[in-house]
Design a binder for this molecule. Structure first.
Ligand code: PXP
Length: 242
């Protein structure tokens, strides 16, 4: 199983102060430096979501990551002509098609591949014709997996949000759903990835899902980094005082 680190939140932190001037001489944190640390620490890929509203990752970040990464770039995008045009210029290794809604705080559910089948077809065909592997970020259901397969996607990323938010018996039921979905996708020949809400606790259960190749994790890793790094960061500033 491989880890892809979603570094959107690194950009969120930068945008909180340097929106409009990511190249200011004092702009921080540096998204490229963060990606390099993730790769050095064992990540097998870097994931970013260029949203229509550009709330965190910016266009320039994506192009620079493409140039710098030594692992692979997994580019998450909604199905829009504007972002597709950028994807074709960036040429990431993988594109993960995700639902996107301006009002949401984060990606809330899986992409409705069944309901948007025709609208997604041209996008998937174009990406694949350009040598980009396509993944569909979907709820773990037979219908969504079947539709993703019919569209010609190479991969599915099973949305683990419902599992992550559930507890007890409800969580066991969500885990069973993920296992069944993964088995089904695997039989169809799809690469099975998973992501959303995976943390240092629930990873123990996620590990039991068969066939998973790649986990994309962001929020929990950035949160953990705050606490593993805060002590050293304060000490360094205290040491810099007169
Ligand atoms: N995978 C996809 C497709 C996502 O959109 C996201 C971010 O919402 C993630 C993985 C990472 O989720 P998290 O930040 O909860 O780890």
């Amino acid at each position: 199983m491989h880890l892809g680190v979603n570094i959107d939140h690194i950009a969120t932190l930068r945008q909180a102060r340097y929106v409009g001037d990511i190249d200011a001489h004092n702009a921080e944190p540096d998204v490229l430096a963060a990606a390099a640390i993730c790769e050095k620490a064992g990540a097998k890929g870097i994931t970013v979501h260029l949203r229509g509203d550009r709330r965190h990752i910016q266009d320039a970040d994506v192009f620079r990551l493409r140039d710098q990464l030594t692992t692979k770039l997994n580019f998450e995008m909604g199905n829009s002509a504007e972002i597709l045009a950028i994807a074709l210029r960036v040429k990431p290794d993988d594109v993960c098609l995700v639902p996107e809604n301006r009002a949401e705080v984060t990606t809330e559910g899986g992409l409705d591949v069944v309901g948007q089948f025709d609208a997604l077809r041209a996008t998937v065909d174009t990406l694949r014709a350009n040598g980009i592997r396509v993944s569909m970020f979907i709820e773990p259901t037979i219908e969504q997996i079947t539709a993703s397969h019919l569209l010609g996607a190479e991969m599915v990323e099973l949305h683990t949000g419902a599992f992550a938010n559930a507890q007890g018996d409800a969580q066991a039921a969500e885990l069973a759903r993920l296992c069944e979905a993964s088995d089904f996708a695997h039989v169809l020949g799809l690469q099975v990835n998973a992501g959303h809400g995976i943390n240092y606790t629930n990873i123990a259960l996620i590990r039991t899902v068969p066939h998973l190749v790649e986990l994309n994790i962001g929020h929990s890793i950035v949160c953990r980094a705050v606490f593993t790094g805060l002590d050293a960061a304060v000490r360094e500033m205290v040491a810099a005082l007169p």
